[in-house]
Write a protein that binds this ligand. Structure first.
Ligand code: PSU
Ligand code: MN
Length: 332
């Protein structure tokens, strides 16, 4: 356990050039703190579901963020898997948070640094608190061998990316990390056709869950046909198993449409999204500030309707992700 962060960096410097991959992996693992429940589950081949933390710090306001994070963890447990929420606390990457740690992270809100893959070394070196995005969460989940990861929506290719080159590192991380991410597709704040093209370039297997169409987060339909379709957790588990046995390096995206009873507000949310996008351009909000800005603004403009839909779809993803993780653990 690397609980004293003072030793984290000195341990990095002791890494030798000539060590076996197993030794290297053990040394890497000694730099992160794995909760006892997650550690036990990984050692015994039990189902584990990784969860990201930017959705807690930047994706939802306090206290709904804490309430949702706790409920999501409960859903994972009730469905037979162990939740591993991932975040960096005082410079220590934590895989599985205690109740106190989760509460602290949620109450700190946006003062916690949004941590994508590129930000990890700086957050660790400065012993800061970091909420991991999909890309950073993939890095730590893969380090400890977790194969299933649940979130709300992943980042993607932004609209006007041909000018701004704003493409989320979630997509390149998925291209090099053999983990299955369960999301409700991607938001219409993004360019969905370009996001699907980019995922293909990155060799990520993309399937819609019980649908022919790729979902657009708040709505079941995006107007884009999904590259593939899966209809049950067991089918998903078989794809993950094959991906792993073939030692492919790229990941998998299972896109689960928002439950029908929560998709009714889709049109209201879509018009709010258009307005938020215009405001972001007017106010010159760019880079990693854009996604949190749009999420918060759409929530304001819809009077909380988008937040309720967001919470509902994350919980649904947690349910299906846990079923997939359990099916996978039974295959192996
Ligand atoms: N999309 C959402 N909710 C979120 C995010 C994206 O609908 O909370 C967060 C996730 O953590 C995702 C990150 O990994 O934003 C992507 O940020 P960016 O677009 O800056 O790469
Ligand atoms: Mn970006």
């Amino acid at each position: 356990m690397a609980s004293s962060s003072s030793s984290s960096l000195s341990r990095i410097s002791t890494l030798q050039n000539h060590i076996s991959p197993l030794e290297a992996n053990n040394k890497l693992r000694s730099l992160v703190k794995i909760s006892p429940q997650v550690s036990e589950a990984i050692s015994n081949g039990r189902a584990v579901v990784a969860l990201e933390s930017t959705i807690i710090s930047h994706g939802m306001p306090y206290p709904q963020n804490l309430q949702t994070a706790k409920e999501v963890e409960s859903i994972v447990r009730e469905n037979g898997a162990v939740p591993a929420t991932i975040a960096i606390l005082n410079g220590v990457p934590c895989i599985g948070l205690s109740e106190e740690e989760l509460a602290r992270l949620a109450s700190l809100g946006k003062s916690v640094q949004k941590t994508a893959g590129r930000d990890i070394p700086h957050v660790v070196a400065t012993r800061a608190n970091g909420a991991t995005t999909v890309s950073a969460t993939l890095f730590f989940a893969s380090m400890v061998g977790i194969q299933v990861f649940v979130t709300g929506g992943i980042g993607g290719v932004h609209r006007h990316a041909n000018h701004t080159m704003d493409i989320s590192s979630d997509l390149t991380a998925l291209g090099r990390t053999p983990i299955a991410v369960i999301s409700a597709g991607v938001k219409s704040i993004l360019d969905i056709p370009k996001t699907l093209e980019y995922l293909e370039t990155q060799e990520v297997y993309v399937a819609a869950y019980k649908s022919d169409e790729f979902p657009a987060f708040f709505t079941e339909k995006s107007g884009c046909k999904a590259p593939s379709r899966v209809d049950c957790p067991e089918d998903c588990a078989r794809v993950i198993d094959a991906n792993m046995k073939l030692n492919r390096k790229a990941g998998i995206l299972f896109a689960v449409p928002i439950p029908k009873e929560h998709s009714a507000a889709g049109n209201l949310i879509e018009s709010a999204t258009q307005r938020a996008l215009t405001e972001a351009r007017e106010q010159k909000v760019t880079g990693n500030a854009e996604t949190p800005f749009l999420l918060a603004r759409v929530n304001e403009l819809t009077g909380g309707t988008s937040l309720a839909a967001n919470i509902a779809l994350v919980k649904n993803n947690a349910l299906i992700g846990s079923q997939i993780a359990v099916a996978l653990s039974q295959l192996m």
